[in-house]
Design a binder for this molecule. Structure first.
Ligand code: ADP
Length: 456
């Protein structure tokens, strides 16, 4: 492109200079003709002195009587031949038989004709020299541009090379490495920053994945070790049928635990890979909560706990029934697990202006505020041994959070102290939710196993 531009530019310069030089030459020629004409008309005898006085060496004057005056050089070069007899001619360039080029011009008066010529060899030499300079300059300029471009591009793109080199060194094992950022404000700096941010997120995701795998293996090992030691002890000495039944019973308990753990892991893994497709539907949350309570009341009964459902208004939400059910099941099950015998658990379904709210409150030990941020993390437990004792696998709240957030909701631990726990689930209310409809309020307080739970 640059070569093309330089070529066009050079040609334009050459054309411009040529036009200007010829214009100057023609003006000089015109002046000479005017001078010759004037001398011819006013002092025709002095025509012969024009060469010596004015330096006009190439001219000819014709009048009715034939050639009136003609310089010797004019006659020698035969400069009359390009001119039409009797006509005025515009300036024209002509090559004499001697090889020299002349600019010839003639002007016809009433009874005479004046013709003059100027040798244009020096003008052509000038043009030729200019053409040679331009022609040799073009490859030089192109070469310089290529070399300069190569050098500059090399310098400008050097950071990209460095980044590529560094990026090549980054593997799954060295995700902590970062690309060099010379200037965070230029384009390469921005690119490196974006790349580094991506690396940070990847590192974080890898880290969580590693921790998850390590925690999961640890959790899987615990029941397996328990089963193994129970089995080994049983094999050490012969036992009676009742003792064998006990051994099998405790092994089955561990198998149950393992099954729950594997199922939870499966849910989370499928959730992570986005393989669970939500089927949002219009849910009556009071009815759903009643349904879950109905399933869990046996556990609460065993611990002589009071399990209450409060549904002051009918609340609808658009969400996936199975997931919300799973989340509620985990929350209420936790409340039963961690609340001591004789405690109370209250589930309340209510609504604010735009949200459906489900609260699960218990009179258990509560969760200290220090654990609030991490309580929904996978395998995080406030009291690990207590949780294991209760058969917990440490994934219940993580699954509940995923289930609620997948449905566009939020889950939070609303209690702060050790005076019972309060978990709050907020879901986007369905458009036709009666949250704002005062007239559809159905105040009722349901105990476990009420007709609402039963009807569902
Ligand atoms: P787990 O299977 O151990 O119950 P979760 O993810 O369901 O796992 O709960 C994480 C931890 O949060 C539990 O180990 C327990 O320490 C604490 N926790 C959850 N719910 C309650 C509750 N209602 N009262 C007291 N502690 C709770």
């Amino acid at each position: 492109m640059l070569t093309l531009i330089v070529c066009i530019f050079s040609a334009a310069i050459l054309l411009f200079v040529q036009t200007r030089l010829y214009a100057a030459l023609d003006a000089q020629l015109g002046l000479q003709i005017a001078t010759i004409g004037k001398v011819y008309r006013e002092e025709p005898d002095e025509l012969a002195d024009l060469a010596s006085e004015w330096g006009i060496t190439l001219f000819r004057v014709d009048d009715a009587g034939g050639i009136r005056q003609q310089t010797e050089a004019w006659a020698r070069e035969g400069l009359s031949s390009p001119l039409q007899p009797g006509d005025s001619a515009s300036p024209l360039s002509w090559t004499a038989p001697s090889g020299r080029r002349y600019r010839v011009h003639s002007l016809t008066g009433s009874s005479y004709r004046v013709a003059a010529a100027i040798d244009e060899t020096s003008l052509r030499d000038t043009l030729w020299t200019l053409a040679v300079i331009l022609a040799t300059g073009i490859p030089f300029a192109a070469g310089l541009a290529v070399a300069g471009g190569y050098f500059l591009a090399g310098r400008v793109l050097a950071p990209v090379g460095a980044m590529a080199q560094k990026a090549r060194e980054i593997t799954a094992e060295s995700l902590a490495k970062r690309l060099p950022v010379d200037n965070a404000r230029d384009e390469f700096g921005q690119l490196a920053t974006v790349f580094n941010d991506t690396l940070f997120r990847l590192q974080d995701a890898f880290e969580r994945l590693r921790r998850f795998a390590a925690d999961a293996s640890h959790e899987l090992r615990t029941p397996l070790t328990a089963m193994r030691s129970v089995g080994e002890v049983a094999l050490q000495s012969p036992l009676d049928a009742v003792a064998y039944r006990d051994v099998i019973g405790s092994m089955l308990e561990e198998v149950d635990r393992l099954t729950r753990l594997v199922e939870s892991l499966l849910i989370l893994t499928r959730a992570d890979s986005g393989k669970i497709h939500l089927v949002p539907e219009d849910l009556d949350l009071g009815r759903l909560a009643g349904n879950v309570i109905d399933q869990l009341h046996v556990l609460a009964d065993e611990k002589r706990q009071e399990l209450t459902l409060r549904v002051p208004i009918r609340v609808h939400a658009t969400a996936d029934a199975a997931l919300i059910r799973h989340a509620l099941m985990n929350l209420i099950h936790n409340a039963i697990k961690y609340t001591p015998n004789g405690g109370a658990i209250t589930v309340e379904v209510n609504a604010t202006a735009k949200r459906a709210v489900i609260e699960v409150r218990d009179t258990g030990p509560g969760i200290p505020i220090a654990h609030r941020d991490r309580i929904f993390d996978r395998f995080y437990r406030v009291d690990a041994s207590r949780s294991r004792e209760e058969g917990g696998v440490g994934l219940g709240l993580a699954i509940a959070r995923w289930a609620v957030e997948a449905n566009g909701g939020q889950i939070e631990l609303a209690s702060e102290g050790t005076d019972g726990s309060l978990f709050r689930v907020m879901l986007p209310a369905a458009d036709d939710s009666s949250a704002a409809d005062g007239h559809r309020r159905v105040p009722h307080e349901l105990r476990r196993g009420t007709q609402e739970a039963a009807s569902s």
